[in-house]
Write a protein that binds this ligand. Sequence first.
Ligand SMILES: Nc1ncnc2c1ncn2[C@@H]1O[C@H](COP(=O)(O)OP(=O)(O)OP(=O)(O)O)[C@@H](O)[C@H]1O
Ligand SMILES: [Mg+2]
Length: 107
Amino acid sequence: MTEPIIIVEDVHKSYLMGKEAVPALRGVSLEIQPGEFVCLMGPSGSGKTTLLNIVGGLDEASRGHVLIDGENIVSLNENKLATLRLHKMGFIFRTTIYWQISPRKKM
Ligand SMILES: Nc1ncnc2c1ncn2[C@@H]1O[C@H](COP(=O)(O)OP(=O)(O)OP(=O)(O)O)[C@@H](O)[C@H]1O
Ligand SMILES: [Mg+2]
Protein backbone atom coordinates (compact mmCIF):
# COMPACT_ATOMS: atom_id res chain seq x y z
CA MET A 1 0.00 0.00 0.00
CA THR A 2 1.25 3.53 -0.78
CA GLU A 3 2.18 5.94 2.00
CA PRO A 4 -0.31 8.75 2.71
CA ILE A 5 0.72 12.07 1.13
CA ILE A 6 -0.77 13.93 4.13
CA ILE A 7 -0.90 12.72 7.72
CA VAL A 8 -2.45 14.86 10.45
CA GLU A 9 -1.94 13.52 13.97
CA ASP A 10 -3.80 14.84 16.98
CA VAL A 11 -3.56 18.48 15.88
CA HIS A 12 -4.71 21.14 18.31
CA LYS A 13 -4.92 24.87 17.67
CA SER A 14 -5.92 27.63 20.04
CA TYR A 15 -6.07 31.34 19.30
CA LEU A 16 -5.28 33.85 22.01
CA MET A 17 -8.06 36.38 22.45
CA GLY A 18 -6.61 38.74 25.02
CA LYS A 19 -5.63 36.42 27.84
CA GLU A 20 -8.05 33.69 26.87
CA ALA A 21 -7.12 30.73 24.65
CA VAL A 22 -9.98 29.95 22.25
CA PRO A 23 -9.77 26.36 20.94
CA ALA A 24 -10.31 26.04 17.18
CA LEU A 25 -9.07 22.45 16.71
CA ARG A 26 -9.11 19.79 19.41
CA GLY A 27 -7.22 16.69 18.35
CA VAL A 28 -7.77 16.35 14.59
CA SER A 29 -6.30 13.27 12.90
CA LEU A 30 -6.62 12.21 9.26
CA GLU A 31 -4.72 10.63 6.39
CA ILE A 32 -4.95 11.44 2.70
CA GLN A 33 -3.60 9.10 0.04
CA PRO A 34 -1.85 10.30 -3.14
CA GLY A 35 -4.45 11.14 -5.79
CA GLU A 36 -7.30 11.10 -3.30
CA PHE A 37 -9.90 13.87 -3.70
CA VAL A 38 -11.08 15.09 -0.31
CA CYS A 39 -13.73 17.62 0.74
CA LEU A 40 -13.60 19.12 4.20
CA MET A 41 -17.10 19.96 5.38
CA GLY A 42 -18.48 21.44 8.57
CA PRO A 43 -20.43 24.38 9.96
CA SER A 44 -19.01 27.89 10.02
CA GLY A 45 -16.45 28.18 12.80
CA SER A 46 -15.75 24.43 12.99
CA GLY A 47 -12.08 24.93 12.05
CA LYS A 48 -11.87 24.11 8.31
CA THR A 49 -9.75 27.15 7.41
CA THR A 50 -7.64 26.69 10.53
CA LEU A 51 -6.87 23.09 9.56
CA LEU A 52 -6.13 23.95 5.91
CA ASN A 53 -3.80 26.77 6.99
CA ILE A 54 -1.89 24.36 9.23
CA VAL A 55 -1.69 21.58 6.63
CA GLY A 56 -0.62 24.17 4.05
CA GLY A 57 2.19 25.46 6.26
CA LEU A 58 0.61 28.91 6.57
CA ASP A 59 -0.07 28.63 10.30
CA GLU A 60 1.38 26.64 13.22
CA ALA A 61 -0.38 23.97 15.22
CA SER A 62 -0.38 24.44 18.99
CA ARG A 63 0.12 20.68 19.36
CA GLY A 64 0.34 17.59 17.15
CA HIS A 65 2.09 16.56 13.95
CA VAL A 66 1.55 17.22 10.26
CA LEU A 67 3.47 15.11 7.76
CA ILE A 68 3.54 16.11 4.10
CA ASP A 69 5.10 13.49 1.85
CA GLY A 70 6.73 11.94 4.94
CA GLU A 71 8.17 15.20 6.31
CA ASN A 72 7.00 16.61 9.64
CA ILE A 73 6.31 20.26 8.77
CA VAL A 74 5.66 21.31 12.37
CA SER A 75 9.40 21.63 13.00
CA LEU A 76 10.24 23.49 9.75
CA ASN A 77 11.40 27.12 9.79
CA GLU A 78 9.83 29.85 7.62
CA ASN A 79 12.28 29.34 4.73
CA LYS A 80 11.73 25.59 4.59
CA LEU A 81 7.96 26.07 4.80
CA ALA A 82 8.14 28.53 1.90
CA THR A 83 10.09 25.96 -0.17
CA LEU A 84 7.55 23.27 0.71
CA ARG A 85 4.65 25.54 -0.35
CA LEU A 86 6.47 26.41 -3.58
CA HIS A 87 7.03 22.78 -4.63
CA LYS A 88 4.23 20.77 -3.05
CA MET A 89 1.20 22.99 -2.41
CA GLY A 90 -1.41 24.75 -4.47
CA PHE A 91 -3.96 27.12 -3.00
CA ILE A 92 -7.10 28.60 -4.50
CA PHE A 93 -8.49 31.11 -2.02
CA ARG A 94 -12.18 31.86 -1.83
CA THR A 95 -11.47 35.45 -2.92
CA THR A 96 -9.93 34.15 -6.17
CA ILE A 97 -13.21 33.77 -7.99
CA TYR A 98 -12.17 32.83 -11.50
CA TRP A 99 -15.61 33.00 -13.07
CA GLN A 100 -15.98 36.66 -12.09
CA ILE A 101 -13.07 37.59 -14.33
CA SER A 102 -14.11 38.74 -17.79
CA PRO A 103 -13.36 36.38 -20.72
CA ARG A 104 -10.98 39.00 -22.15
CA LYS A 105 -8.86 38.99 -18.93
CA LYS A 106 -8.82 35.19 -18.81
CA MET A 107 -7.07 35.20 -22.18
N1 LIG B 1 -7.09 34.57 13.68
C1 LIG B 1 -7.98 34.14 14.58
N2 LIG B 1 -8.01 34.67 15.83
C2 LIG B 1 -8.88 34.23 16.74
N3 LIG B 1 -9.79 33.25 16.53
C3 LIG B 1 -9.82 32.72 15.31
C4 LIG B 1 -8.92 33.12 14.27
N4 LIG B 1 -9.20 32.37 13.15
C5 LIG B 1 -10.20 31.56 13.49
N5 LIG B 1 -10.58 31.76 14.78
C6 LIG B 1 -11.64 31.02 15.50
O1 LIG B 1 -11.37 29.63 15.34
C7 LIG B 1 -12.58 28.90 15.10
C8 LIG B 1 -12.48 28.18 13.77
O2 LIG B 1 -12.47 29.14 12.71
P1 LIG B 1 -12.26 28.78 11.18
O3 LIG B 1 -12.15 30.08 10.46
O4 LIG B 1 -11.15 27.82 11.06
O5 LIG B 1 -13.64 28.05 10.84
P2 LIG B 1 -14.23 27.64 9.41
O6 LIG B 1 -14.76 26.24 9.58
O7 LIG B 1 -13.23 27.85 8.35
O8 LIG B 1 -15.45 28.66 9.25
P3 LIG B 1 -16.12 29.22 7.88
O9 LIG B 1 -16.96 28.10 7.32
O10 LIG B 1 -16.96 30.36 8.36
O11 LIG B 1 -15.02 29.65 6.95
C9 LIG B 1 -13.72 29.92 15.20
O12 LIG B 1 -14.20 29.91 16.53
C10 LIG B 1 -13.02 31.24 14.89
O13 LIG B 1 -13.69 32.32 15.53
MG1 LIG C 1 -13.21 29.04 6.59
